[in-house]
Structures are given as structure tokens and as C-alpha cells.
Design a protein around this ligand. Structure first.
Ligand code: ATP
Ligand code: MG
Length: 425
């Protein structure tokens, strides 16, 4: 017999886990609310050219995209990341002319990358991300890091580390690119094919190579710091000062480059230091970018943002022993004994309409079996509807904690529960 399974690199989120997801998503939405960010929802697929920009040397764009075309229509791609779609939308709807700047947007949803699946790395995964567009300021860079950091803190994660670096402005980066090319030219033959491509397209990416990371030329590579002009140094210092003021601990890693060509100034990664996180330790990463709004046809505008891997967040929460999505007991369980027809359903519905989480017994069962359900569901109240009482339009309400039971009219169940609750306080 054929068996049906989730495709490689994808997973079902079952009810016991979806509750955890919901809790984390609610926390994220609430932090965004406090920071004044609004949600933006863009399509899951876009024209391929939204993601595949000229000269992009990243693996994500070159090897990992799910691209397709139907009926010879223009090529489409399942989004591998959120930023491009958000900026496309920002320009398409001329948000720069409508909204107060900076525009503060967040997104949450599925991303798709053709990768080799392993723990913390999937083909369909979820990202939460923010984009702050329109104002270039070190304070904004620090605030964006603080938003992501405060989510991890609010979740209760403790083993995390902020790592950051600056790529400087255009002039500093051009300077650095030239120095890197000079440095790597003599040993280019010894480096991997990707490095050779990066050498031509974006030499900064050489430093990000996972294959050649231990090659001697990597260790002796020139440092970004020495290519920075005064303005870029000052900008970075302001970012660090703001992080100090917010008491966010950080490390500077002068080899942190982050792929995309449009990054300028601040780049950062927040990683887990928990031993179980292994090589999939980066929880969120991002930086400031220039030129992206212009690329999509908008004005010259700078932005800063990050993307957070939600699956990685869930894995780390679990590794750090953080309890999520605990289901609380229900308020009311309505029992039915004998031929009581729709009455238990009616009572449960009335209770729900009055704000009580309620369930009712469906299949014919004895008193004992139904009280087991009361136990299992940790109900605070049991309502017992029996055939004889029903003749008088009556039933019994039992407060489980105090074991107190009172008889009342079917129409007065809600009032009776409220009364018993008050008494119990
Ligand atoms: P990596 O170096 O791990 O491949 P990346 O640079 O491709 O990461 P980004 O594009 O910056 O990652 O994405 C931001 C975050 O999204 C990552 O830090 C990670 O938490 C998460 N992420 C990226 N790719 C995947 C994936 N295939 N499965 C699960 N989470 C992912
Ligand atoms: Mg990747």
C-alpha cells in the first residue's frame, strides 16, 4: 500500500506543538506592538526577479530557490526570505509618501529553500522579521537589535549572544574589496569553486565560506576595520554606545560579513551558545541596507532589519527547558445521563457565550466515566443533567475544588457558576 508522508525538509505541526507556536507568535506580536511595528503580509510567491537580482552571489539566490513557470508565464519563485517582498510592496504602494518615516513593518510566515535538511534547517521553515525603512540612524540600528533581543529575553532564553560588525559605507567597502582581492589573488587556485565566484562577484563573501574557513589565507585576511573611513567608524561607535546604554551585551566579530551585496554599516547575528544548538546556532540575523528601495523603483532610502528563524527559536526554547503552550484546565464540563437530547450542548453553548471554556459529554456513558473526563480536562465545574431532573427543567452544578453541589434551573446555570465562583474566592 502506498504511504503518504510530508515532503523532505517539511514538517507537520501537531496540536501539542501548535500551542507552543501560538504562544511564541503572540509574544512576538506583542513585542512588535510595543515597538510600534505593524504587520505586512505579502504573497508567498513573487516574480523571480524580485529575489534574483543581478550579481547576487549568495547561495540562497543561486542554489536554493524553488522557481517555476506555468503555461509559459513569467517565472515565479517561492519566497526564500521576507525582505525583498516587503521592499517590493513598500515601493509598489508608495508607502514612503504615505507613512511617517521610518516605516516600521514586520512579517511572519513560511519561507522555502532547497537545502539539505537537518535539525534546525528545513526546506519549508518560518521566519519572523522586521524592516525599519527610511531613516538612517545608529539609534535605529540599536533599536532593531533590541527588539529581537527582547523577544528572546521575554521567552526566557539565557544562552544567547549578540555578535556584530560594520561593513562601513560604500567608500570603505570599495576600499576593503580591493584589499581582499589583492590578498586572495595569489591563492585563489587553492580555494573552492564558490570562493572563485565570490572573488569576482563579492569578495566580502569569501570570509563567509564554510568550506575554506580554515585555509591560512582566511586567517591572515585584512581586517575590515583597517578599511573604514572616519565617518563609518563614528557611525559604528554610536551603535555600540546605544547598545551599551540599553545594557545589551555584544561581541564584535570583524569576520562577520553577511552575504547580500546591499548591506552597509551595521551587520549582526544573534546566536545561541547552548551546546545543543550545534552548527545551526544563528537565531536571527540582519543589518542595514542601502539601495534596495531604489532597486525596486523607489527613492534613495536606507533600511535596517533582521530575520529570525522560528523553528530554531522553538528548538532553543526546548533545549533551555522553557515550558510553552501549557494547556490550562477548562471551566465547565457538562455531563448528560440518560436521554437528555440537546440539553448538554445547549448549556455548554450558553456557558461559552458567557466566557467559560466549556465542553459536553457526547456519547452515552455512565457517571463514573464522565467524571473521569472532568478530571482529565481539569474542569473547574461539572454540570450534571439527568433525565429525572430534566422533567423539572433542573440540573446540578458542582464546584470541583470545594466539592460543593447545588441544584438550579437549566436557564440559571451561568448565574449559579458565577455565584459558586464568588463563594470560592
Ligand atoms: P545559514 O548560514 O544558517 O544558512 P542564512 O544566512 O542562510 O543562515 P538568513 O538568510 O540570514 O540565514 O535567515 C535568517 C534566519 O532564518 C537564520 O538565522 C535562521 O535562524 C533561519 N533560517 C535560515 N535558513 C533556514 C532553514 N533552511 N531552516 C530553518 N531556519 C532557517
Ligand atoms: Mg543559508
Amino acid at each position: 500500500m502506498a504511504s503518504y508522508q510530508t515532503p523532505r525538509g517539511t514538517q507537520d505541526i501537531l496540536p501539542s506543538d501548535s500551542r507552543k507556536w501560538l504562544e511564541v507568535e503572540e509574544l512576538i506580536r506583542s513585542v512588535c506592538y510595543y515597538y510600534g511595528y505593524d504587520e505586512i503580509r505579502t504573497p508567498v510567491f513573487e516574480d523571480t526577479k524580485v529575489f534574483k537580482r543581478e550579481n547576487d552571489s549568495s547561495d540562497m539566490v543561486n542554489k536554493e530557490m524553488y522557481t517555476f513557470s506555468i503555461n509559459n508565464e513569467d517565472s515565479l519563485t517561492l519566497r526564500p526570505e521576507g525582505t525583498a517582498g516587503v521592499i517590493r510592496s513598500f515601493v509598489q504602494h508608495k508607502m514612503y509618501g504615505i507613512m511617517e518615516m521610518p516605516a516600521k513593518l514586520y512579517y511572519m510566515g513560511e519561507m522555502f529553500r532547497y537545502e539539505r535538511p537537518q535539525k534546525g534547517r528545513y526546506r519549508q521553515f518560518n521566519q519572523f522579521g522586521i524592516e525599519n525603512i527610511g531613516v538612517k540612524s545608529p539609534l535605529v540600528d540599536a533599536e532593531v537589535i533590541a527588539l529581537g533581543y527582547s523577544i528572546l529575553k521575554a521567552l526566557g532564553l539565557s544562552q544567547i549572544k549578540v555578535v556584530l560588525n560594520t561593513l562601513g559605507d560604500d567608500e570603505s567597502r570599495a576600499n576593503y574589496r580591493a584589499k581582499l582581492k589583492e590578498h586572495f589573488a595569489p591563492c585563489l587556485d587553492e580555494l573552492c569553486a564558490d570562493c572563485k565566484r565570490r572573488y569576482e562577484q563579492n569578495p566580502l563573501r569569501l570570509l563567509d565560506c564554510k568550506v575554506d574557513k580554515d585555509h591560512p589565507s582566511m586567517m591572515s585576511a585584512p581586517k575590515m576595520e583597517d578599511s573604514l573611513n572616519e565617518e563609518s567608524k563614528a557611525y559604528f561607535n554610536e551603535v555600540l554606545k546605544a547598545l551599551d546604554a540599553l545594557e545589551i551585551p555584544y561581541e564584535i566579530d570583524d569576520r562577520l560579513v553577511r552575504g547580500l551585496d546591499y548591506y552597509t554599516h551595521t551587520v549582526f547575528e544573534v546566536v545561541s551558545t547552548h551546546p545543543e544548538s550545534g552548527s545551526q546556532a544563528t537565531v536571527f540575523a540582519g543589518g542595514r541596507y542601502d539601495g534596495l528601495v531604489e532597486y525596486f523603483g523607489g527613492p534613495q532610502m536606507s533600511g535596517v532589519g533582521f530575520a529570525m528563524g522560528m523553528e530554531r527559536l522553538m528548538i532553543l526554547a526546548e533545549a533551555e527547558g522553557i515550558a510553552l503552550g501549557q494547556r490550562e484546565g477548562i471551566d465547565v464540563y457538562v455531563m448528560g445521563l440518560g436521554n437528555v437530547g440537546t440539553v448538554p450542548l445547549e448549556i455548554a453553548t450558553a456557558c461559552r457565550a458567557n466566557g467559560f471554556v466549556s465542553e459536553f459529554n457526547i456519547t452515552p456513558r455512565g457517571l463514573k466515566a464522565q467524571f473521569k473526563s472532568v478530571d482529565r480536562k481539569q474542569a473547574k465545574f461539572a454540570v450534571i443533567v439527568g433525565e429525572t431532573e430534566l422533567e423539572q427543567h433542573m440540573c446540578n452544578v458542582k464546584h470541583i475544588a470545594s466539592q460543593k453541589q447545588v441544584s438550579c434551573d437549566i436557564d440559571d446555570v451561568v448565574d449559579t457558576i458565577e455565584l459558586l465562583m464568588k463563594e470560592g474566592e
